[in-house]
Design a protein around this ligand. Structure first.
Ligand code: FAD
Ligand code: AMP
Length: 481
């Protein structure tokens, strides 16, 4: 690309938000370039697109969750089906190689899609230099050489990085963030995890299924405070029964390494008593911080919040006209699909269309076993907002498909407005909850009533019949309970 060309839009970051936004811009005929400085280089040493989600997040974690789930099924659950297997072992390097191959394949797919949609892919670090009459000036630097570009619009999609804890230095060998935890060469005998959030629970599940003794140290007094209380309670029961050891109300005070290499994580509990957890590997999963500093946002006057998020409105417009920000670097849930939806919205609006995101209908999923998925509001949120509602619940113990599958844990809970019967929230604990939440999201997006769901034909025998039954439980009554 020559220096004279003025772009319609320059996207900084080729993660979930940035790469999807770039493709949509290309589809809409905008002159678009996407810059990526990813430290997670591909086998050729090139900055790889895909961001956190593809390189060290959603995709690799789900690959390992799937491998470890298969192992656990063979090792512990096959016998119930009459399948006798003895001596199943886990080849961890093979599992990691499979995961890496999936990531490489998908990254190549993004580069192909960039070419197909005429997105100029620039490998390097972007820095905003300032503004001229023609547009924003941005430098892209790589290995000491710099290219300068001018763009009419700027989309900041720089994502987030793991939050660090003072005194605990990540080496991604023994003391890991998500990147190291997705690349362990062997199963640790004892694994400690700081943070019982979504990432901590998913990564803990992978290594527990493969044989690690997992201890989770969490500052808050309870599990999953963002979930519906019934869901959080059920998950605590199920994960504890699987062998996860939770220490709640725990304030981490230090980490020591013994001469044999083992680690000792010190914490004080809610009563102030001191404790420690001995472990061979530690994973720090205490949340993520937006990547907004060092980008040059201040040179053009873009405001950020106290916590470092780029300040945006409902359409992801930043405080300076022509600048937009999406994904983990702005408010809202740190989810890949939320970043993607925002990217599409921004490009459609730049192109003069009417893009929008319904923030009330963004599903959330925790890929433990069983999975947790929800969309809309929790029972406690409805109570706080003073909204009168009715709740319908259906357990998988009464679902034929779940019995056949050999896993009847969990339930579906539907919350509907007491007066209008409009569905306000759906909460699922179950295997394949991640797939079932699709129908629930559609119901909320299309403003369905619980009665609507109850009247829709649901194939038999399926797990998602439980969604219908829970909806019927609000009105005429569940049929199979
Ligand atoms: P990112 O994906 O972080 O991408 C930002 C990109 O910008 C990065 O590649 C970065 O290198 C680049 N960049 C930053 N600064 C510059 C610069 N100056 N110049 C050039 N490039 C720059 N979400 C889900 O929805 N489902 C899941 O199952 C899920 N699982 C997860 C599991 C783990 C272990 C983790 C850590 C996260 C998971 N997430 C999941 C969250 C998801 O990964 C993020 O919400 C998503 O990646 C956010 O997308 P983004 O485009 O905002 O940012
Ligand atoms: P999430 O924000 O979903 O990634 O989850 C991060 C989790 O880490 C939350 O449950 C936090 O309460 C927890 N957490 C944050 N800081 C600490 C800390 N210092 N010690 C233990 N847990 C923490």
């Amino acid at each position: 690309m020559t220096q004279e060309q003025v772009l319609d839009v320059l996207v900084i970051g080729a993660g979930s938000g940035g790469y999807i936004a770039s493709i949509r811009a290309g589809q809409l005929g905008l002159k678009v370039a996407c810059v990526e400085a990813n430290p997670y280089a591909d086998p050729r040493g090139e900055p790889r697109p895909g961001g956190t989600c593809l390189n060290v997040g959603c995709i690799p974690s789900k690959a390992l969750l799937s491998s470890s789930e298969e192992f656990e099924k063979i090792e512990r659950h096959a016998a119930a089906h009459g399948i006798r297997v003895s001596g199943a072992t886990m080849d961890v390097p093979a599992m990691i190689a499979r995961k890496n191959a999936i990531v490489t394949k998908m990254a190549q797919g993004i580069e192909y899609l960039f070419r197909k949609n005429k997105v100029v892919y620039l490998k390097g670090r972007a820095t905003i230099l300032g503004r001229t009459d023609e547009g924003f000036r941005v430098a892209v630097t790589r290995s000491g050489s710099t290219q300068e570009l001018t763009t009419r619009n700027l989309l900041v999609a720089t994502g987030s990085l793991p939050r660090q804890l003072p005194g605990i230095e990540i080496d991604n060998v023994d003391i890991c963030d998500n990147a190291g935890a997705l690349d362990l060469p062997t199963v640790p005998r004892r694994l400690a995890i700081i943070g019982a959030g979504v990432i901590g629970l998913e990564l803990g599940s992978v290594w527990r299924r493969l044989g690690a003794q997992v201890t989770v140290v969490e500052a808050l007094p309870q599990l999953l405070p963002m979930c519906d209380t019934d869901v959080a309670r059920e998950m605590l029961k199920l994960l504890t029964a699987q062998g996860m050891d939770f220490r709640f109300g725990a304030r981490v005070t230090g980490l020591d390494r013994a001469s044999d290499g083992s680690l000792s994580l010190a914490y004080v509990d809610a009563q102030g008593a001191a404790h420690s957890v001995a472990c061979d590997k530690l994973v720090v999963a205490v949340g993520r911080v937006p990547t907004s500093s060092g980008l040059g946002l201040e040179t053009i006057g873009v405001k950020t919040t106290e916590r470092g998020f780029v300040d945006v409105d409902a359409y992801c417009r930043a405080s300076v006209e022509g600048v937009y920000a999406i994904g983990d670097v702005v408010r809202g849930p740190m989810l890949a699909h939320k970043a993607e939806d925002e990217g599409v919205m921004v490009m459609e609006r730049i192109a003069g269309l009417a893009g929008h995101v319904n923030y009330g209908a963004i599903p959330s999923i925790i890929y433990t076993s069983p999975e947790v998925a929800w969309v809309g509001r929790t029972e406690q949120e409805l109570k706080e907002a003073g909204i009168a509602y009715r709740a319908g619940r259906f357990p998988f113990t009464a679902n034929g498909r779940a019995l056949g599958n050999g896993d009847t844990s969990g339930f579906v809970k539907v919350l509907a407005d007491q007066k209008t019967d409009a569905v306000l929230g759906i909460h699922i604990v179950s295997t394949y909850a991640s797939e079932m939440i699709g129908e629930a999201t559609m119901a909320i997006e299309f403003k369905a009533s619980a009665e609507d769901i109850g009247r829709i034909s649901h194939a038999h025998p399926t797990l998602y019949e439980a969604l219908r039954e829970a909806s019927l439980a609000i009105g005429t009554g569940a049929l199979n309970l």
